[in-house]
Design a protein around this ligand. Sequence first.
Ligand SMILES: [Zn+2]
Length: 318
Amino acid sequence: MLGSLLYRVKNKFARRGVVLMYHRIAKPLSDPWDLAVNPKHFEEHLKVLKAYNVISVDELADILTRKSKMPAKTVAVTFDDGYHDNYLAAKSLLEKYDIPASFFIPTDAIGKQTEFWWDALERICLQSPHLPDKLILGQQDEIWNIGKADNGNTLNPLDLYLKLCDMVRKMPSTQHQAFIESLEVWANNANKRPEYFTMDQKELLDLQSSPLFTIGAHTMTHPYLPYFSYEYQKNEIQGGINFLKELTGNSINYLAYPHGGHNQDTLAILPDSGIELAFTTHAQHFTTDTNKYAIPRFQIKNWDAATFAFHLNNWIKS
Ligand SMILES: [Zn+2]
């Protein structure tokens, strides 16, 4: 009884660190998942971060696996998905402010002239000049009515987008392309947007040549891992690690779970994969007691300096 009370008291006052999760540094027309921070706001965030102790993931590994002491106001910066704007907009600003960062890269997308499925769906549902008023799925067994008004019988474009995201997330990656292409034909909108493409091999190598930056794994095709079997997960995780190892010539020690998702199978795969730390999307601070395979991260939105500083201060204060 007293032991558990002491533990709770100790935990309440344990020093807190936070890991920040960025995706794009850009100004998209629409952003249903709040994934983009514009370059002006991103620079404001970096100025705020100069008052913090920003560490690399290697230093975070020392804290969480080798029990190094955690300094006050510890923050780590991460980017998911390897968007091209990370190279064009974020890299030079991170260098300007001398802020270390890690980039988690889904390897199937590297150098491809294509959008991720969630971005392609956003273009189709939210950026098409005219959507047809019916979408027939499968063997004519499901018909969705599409309309501007949300009157119960029709789906508005945003709800359509969210329903389609739900469907694609459950599909094996081999089915993605055909499904997206059929929707592009349906919406008469197949104009892929280069600003949504990812970094190519040369850019990734340039990024990792800086001591400020670390490349981490994010599987091959970015599946929501808990929807899939142990074998499927293992192939995705190990395939992504092997590709990056070969490309960079370095060991790959860190992983971010796509969409934050992991289950017991995922956790069983990690010990033999060489992965030291794995990151979720659970919005929480960490302490020295945090599970090294479930490190929480805060998604950073397109906030101005004051809003960013307000959140950061709240998350970290013990
Ligand atoms: Zn991701």
